[in-house]
Write a protein that binds this ligand. Sequence first.
Ligand SMILES: [Zn+2]
Length: 344
Amino acid sequence: MRGAGPTDDDVSSPYPWQERVWQDLASRLAGDRLGHAYLVCGRTGLGKRALAEAFADLVLCESPRQDQACGNCRSCNLIAGGSHPDLKIVQAEEDRKSIGIEQVRELIEFFALTTHYGRRKIVIIDTAEIMTTAAANALLKLLEEPPGLALLMLVSHRPGQLVATILSRCQKIKLAEPDWPTCLAWLDACREANPALPDARAQILAGAPLAILARLEAEEGPLHDRLLDTLDAIRAGDLDVLEAARRDAGADMRELADALELIVSALVEARNGLAPRFLYLPPAAVQRLQDLANHLHSGRLLHFLDRVGEARAMLLRSSGVRGGEVLENLMFHWSRMVRTETTA
Ligand SMILES: [Zn+2]
């Protein structure tokens, strides 16, 4: 099972930015140095689960070639059909928000059976941080005395929420975000395969490649560009605050707050003559961002950035917060700030 999207011919990992991690895992496998438990972590949109699945595929493949599963053997066919008896994927069941004790008991039983094909028995636990306490305790017992051929791969984008005793028994595989040239080259290749995709290079981009691709595929439009326009239009007096807040009333407020924090951080950086660290800016946007930044007072801008950070933290902490009001307050704050602006 490979991750969606095109891959380079030279690259055997599911995604190009996973190559180093992949080589490391493959060489442990080849050298018979594979441990019993791994935790694949990193932010959403890096293809963590695809990596775990592809590696399970490689471990179980009967005739791997150059660190890649062959795709043709009995094992590869069973995996492709979702019915390999030595591979189990655990995730929250439909309509549940957690992974329960009964699911961990099932995997303990799974490990108690001998392997069907003499290789490893592999369990992938996706979004491992949502295990209940009882489930985590049961898993911990398994991790303390793993059966000889067991391989557990936990996948998590919030490893800090895992029990410390589980964390300490897993070897960590941390996926990092690729640099923009790698990300853009991959998005270009996706667009070659699917010409209907909007050109990523024409937009302000942020986040991990698969998250960006999902936005492009959903035709959600360039979020960061729109926010930059909104902030600039309020400053220029072309857009009313309430109107601005109304435009985004239906949006995912957490996503919006994330994007706003990135844009305002980029304004702070531009105000200080620095290139933004977390955004890809097409040439036209570089100028737009700089023009707006030049109108702003650095101290007040930093204060506004703090406000955005607080609002974002509040939205993350509590689902009961009214996102629309939070956004409206921020826009009011922005409008007061830019109205009293003189460059300093
Ligand atoms: Zn195979």
